[in-house]
Write a protein that binds this ligand. Structure first.
Ligand code: FAD
Ligand code: UQ1
Length: 412
């Protein structure tokens, strides 16, 4: 088998950044990544809304992975942590001394009955997949009034704000092109709150009231019937078995699918927790059973919201802790759970949520980030993507902690 000091699974936000760091710091690195392109997915909200071109979110994978690493263009099929190897779908065995696991999260669209067929019809889109984000754009444009539904599934997901961001952008677009007055917008979420942090939830609740956006809690999409343009929701707090359902008619439907860790992770009982996520220490990001394995990003069971902003902070923790482990020491860097969700709330407006493991706001800037601001929209649309591609992926950005400290010093 081919053998490397460090093997990185996934060339996404976490994997590409860490492989660039360890290409500089270790004897040999391999990255296992099947996709010829790398995507900055946070832009897909704006792509779906028709504000930005898809191409802006993509780079050739070869351009973001380090030259000094071996790119294995294949998919991990199986982890064999007791032998320090991984097996690929192409049948390769790859041996490692240290392993970084970052294959992201899996979209399980097929768990919703009728959905694959519904994507073949107009009016149905989903910003979460490169296959369906363009369908959102088309459906938003051709919408001519009626019922618009926006869903949030009954599983953990990446970027928990994205399912409602597209509703605010749809509201703004339809107001501009004159169809808003003949339409009803409904946000059907499996959760019992609009957002997990009270400070931002209060503002979002007020926004939905003012704009006449109807929010239904504990509603989980289980079936789409494209022939009759109907969506079936399970009522999660129903006391009956089986649970009661409601059927709603749609003219526009934005679907966020159920998600899980990728199959190669969740099917391996040695490396996951009871819920099927990669089982890592929430402080050090080291695997709980295998000391030479670290996890990063959406595939892990870190009890924080799954975002690229969280990954930015996790990069520094994995970097320092893995270097300590490679030197024979114990890992001592501790992750505070930092995550961020820039919630675009309309035409050039954004609430900039930032918080930690305790769901307490942890804001970077010396003003109230729960207020809708144009400056934070520019931050989300132009500045952070620039930082992501030019600084973070190269391994030189560990989140905005440094900016936050600068402001604190300046204010003191
Ligand atoms: P990813 O970046 O998804 O990378 C995973 C990589 O692993 C991929 O390249 C994939 O091809 C590869 N892979 C998959 N399976 C295998 C396998 N078996 N073997 C090898 N490689 C594999 N985050 C924010 O911070 N702010 C936002 O505003 C925001 N908005 C979002 C909006 C949308 C619509 C979406 C979809 C996401 C958004 N996110 C946002 C979330 C953000 O994109 C993710 O949290 C982030 O990309 C996670 O990084 P990752 O490295 O864990 O996974
Ligand atoms: C961030 O640092 C980051 O990494 C580049 C992201 O990922 C794409 C983000 O989405 C966010 C919000 C941050 C936080 C950045 C600042 C400037 C507060």
């Amino acid at each position: 088998a081919d053998s490397y000091e460090v093997v990185v699974v996934g060339g996404g936000a976490g994997g590409a950044s860490l492989s660039n760091i360890f290409a500089r710091k270790s004897k040999s690195v391999a990255v296992i990544e099947p996709n010829p392109e790398h995507y900055y997915q946070p832009l897909w909200t704006l792509v779906g809304a028709g504000i930005m071109n898809f191409g802006k979110s993509a780079r050739p994978m070869a351009a973001v992975l380090p030259k000094r690493a071996t790119w294995v263009k294949d998919k991990v099929a199986e982890f064999n942590p007791k032998d320090n190897t991984v097996t690929t779908e192409g049948g390769k065995q790859i041996k490692y001394e240290y392993l970084i696991v970052g294959p992201g999260i899996q979209l399980n669209y097929n768990q919703i009955k009728g959905l694959p067929e519904a994507f073949e019809t107009p009016g149905v889109g989903s910003n979460y997949s490169k296959l369906y984000v363009g369908k959102t754009t088309e459906a938003l444009q051709r919408f001519n009034g009626g019922d618009a539904l926006f869903t949030f599934p009954n599983t953990p997901i990446k970027c928990a704000g994205a399912p409602q961001k597209i509703m605010y952008l749809a509201d703004a677009l339809w107001t501009k092109n004159g169809v808003r007055s003949k339409s009803q917008l409904h946000y059907n979420t499996s959760l019992g709150v609009i957002f997990g942090v009270k400070k931002y939830a209060d503002v979002l609740t007020e926004i939905t009231r003012q704009r006449n956006l109807n929010v239904n809690f504990k509603r989980n999409l289980i079936e789409v019937k494209p022939d009759t343009q109907e969506a079936v929701f399970e009522i999660l707090d129903s006391s009956e078995t089986p649970k009661e359902t409601v059927t709603a008619h749609y003219d526009f439907l934005h679907v966020v699918p159920p998600m899980s860790a990728p199959d190669c992770v969740r099917n391996n009982k040695d490396i996951v927790d009871a819920a099927g996520w990669l089982d890592v220490d929430k402080d050090t990001l080291q695997h709980k059973k295998f000391a030479n394995i670290f996890g990063i990003g959406d595939c892990t069971n870190l009890p924080t919201s799954k975002t690229a902003a969280a990954v930015a902070c996790q990069i520094g923790i994995v970097k320092r802790n893995l270097l300590q482990v490679m030197a024979g020491d114990k890992p001592t860097s501790v992750y505070n759970g930092y995550t961020s969700c820039p919630i675009v709330t309309g035409n050039q407006k954004c609430i900039f949520a930032e918080f930690d493991y305790n769901a307490q706001p942890m804001e970077t800037f010396p003003f109230n980030q729960a207020k809708e601001r144009r400056s934070m929209y520019i931050m989300k649309k132009d500045i952070i993507p620039y930082v992501y591609f030019h600084v973070m992926l190269k391994g030189y950005w560990e989140g905005p902690g440094i900016i936050r400290k600068m402001f604190r010093l300046g204010m003191a």
